[in-house]
Design a protein around this ligand. Structure first.
Ligand code: ZN
Length: 251
C-alpha cells in the first residue's frame, strides 16, 4: 500500500542504499513512478520500491527486440579501453561481465586475451549475444544465481550501468564480492544520482527511465553499499558527466 508523500517513514525503515534511517524528500514523478531521495546519502529511487516480480511481469509484457547498438566495433573498442583503464596486464586472466547486454564487453575481453563470459538476467539480451557471438560465452543468469553456483572466480568484473536496475541491491553486491578473485578488480560505471551537473528538476534528466532503471546511487551510497560486502573504491575517474567511473577491490 502506497504511503502519502508527507508521511514520515516508519522509524525502522532504512535506506536501501546506505542503510541509514530513511528520511526521504520528493524528487518528482516520471512515467507514473514517484521518485524520492535519501537525506543521508542522496541516492534517488522509486517509491514504492520495485520488486523482481514486477520487473519480470513488465519485461514479459514488453518483450524487447534486441538489436546491435550503432557501430558495434566501436562499442567493443570502447569496452577494450575500459579494460585497459583497469589493467595493462589482462591477457590470460578471467573476466565476467555481469550485465553483458549485446556482448561487447565479452568480445573486448576476448580481444585482450582474457577468458571471458557474460551474464545477463534478461533472456532477450542473453539470447541475442549467444546467437551473435556464440552460445558458450553467454549465460542467461542473474549475478546472484551465477555466484551461488560456485563458478571460477573472476580477476576482472564489469558492472556497467547495472546497479540502477537491481531490485535486490544487497544480493547483487554480495554476488560481486563472492565472484571476485583475491587481488581482482571490479570496474563500475553508474549514473550518479547526486551529481552537481544534474538538471534542476531531477526528472528532466533523460537517463531516468523507470522501470528500465529505478535507483540512482550517490557516491556516498555506493561506498556504503560496497562496504557492507567487503568492497571499497580503489580509484575513481574524473568525469564531467553525471556518471561514476571507478575501480572497486576487496577491502
Ligand atoms: Zn541512503
Amino acid at each position: 500500500m502506497a504511503e502519502t508523500p508527507e508521511t514520515p517513514q516508519k522509524p525502522k525503515d532504512r535506506c536501501k542504499v546506505c542503510k541509514k534511517p530513511f528520511i526521504s524528500y520528493p524528487m518528482g514523478e516520471k512515467a507514473g513512478f514517484k521518485l524520492i531521495a535519501c537525506k543521508a546519502c542522496g541516492s534517488v529511487m522509486v517509491d514504492p520500491w520495485i520488486t523482481q516480480e514486477e520487473l519480470d511481469a513488465y519485461f514479459g509484457q514488453v518483450q524487447p527486440q534486441i538489436t546491435h547498438l550503432p557501430e558495434p566495433d566501436e562499442q567493443i573498442e570502447t569496452m577494450s579501453q575500459r579494460i585497459r583503464r583497469v589493467t595493462r596486464d589482462a591477457a590470460g586472466k578471467s573476466f565476467v561481465d555481469v550485465a553483458a547486454r549485446q556482448g561487447y564487453g565479452v568480445k573486448a575481453a576476448q580481444a585482450e586475451g582474457m577468458k571471458a563470459i557474460g551474464l545477463d538476467p534478461h533472456d532477450f539480451f542473453a539470447k541475442f549475444a549467444q546467437e551473435v557471438y556464440g552460445p558458450d560465452f553467454f549465460k542467461h543468469a542473474s549475478l546472484q544465481d551465477y555466484a551461488a553456483s560456485d563458478p571460477p572466480k573472476a580477476d576482472l568484473i564489469f558492472a556497467i550501468e547495472t546497479f540502477c536496475e537491481q531490485s535486490d541491491l544487497e544480493g547483487f553486491t554480495a554476488g560481486l564480492s563472492r565472484l571476485l578473485a583475491p587481488g581482482g578488480s571490479i570496474y563500475i560505471e553508474e549514473a550518479d544520482g547526486n551529481n552537481f551537473n544534474l538538471p534542476r528538476n531531477f526528472t528532466d534528466w533523460s537517463y531516468v527511465e523507470p522501470p528500465l532503471n529505478f535507483v540512482y546511487l550517490s557516491k556516498k551510497g555506493l561506498v556504503a553499499l560496497l562496504g557492507r560486502h567487503g568492497l571499497k573504491i580503489q580509484k575513481m575517474f574524473f568525469t564531467w558527466k553525471p556518471l561514476m567511473r571507478l575501480i572497486a577491490v576487496k577491502q
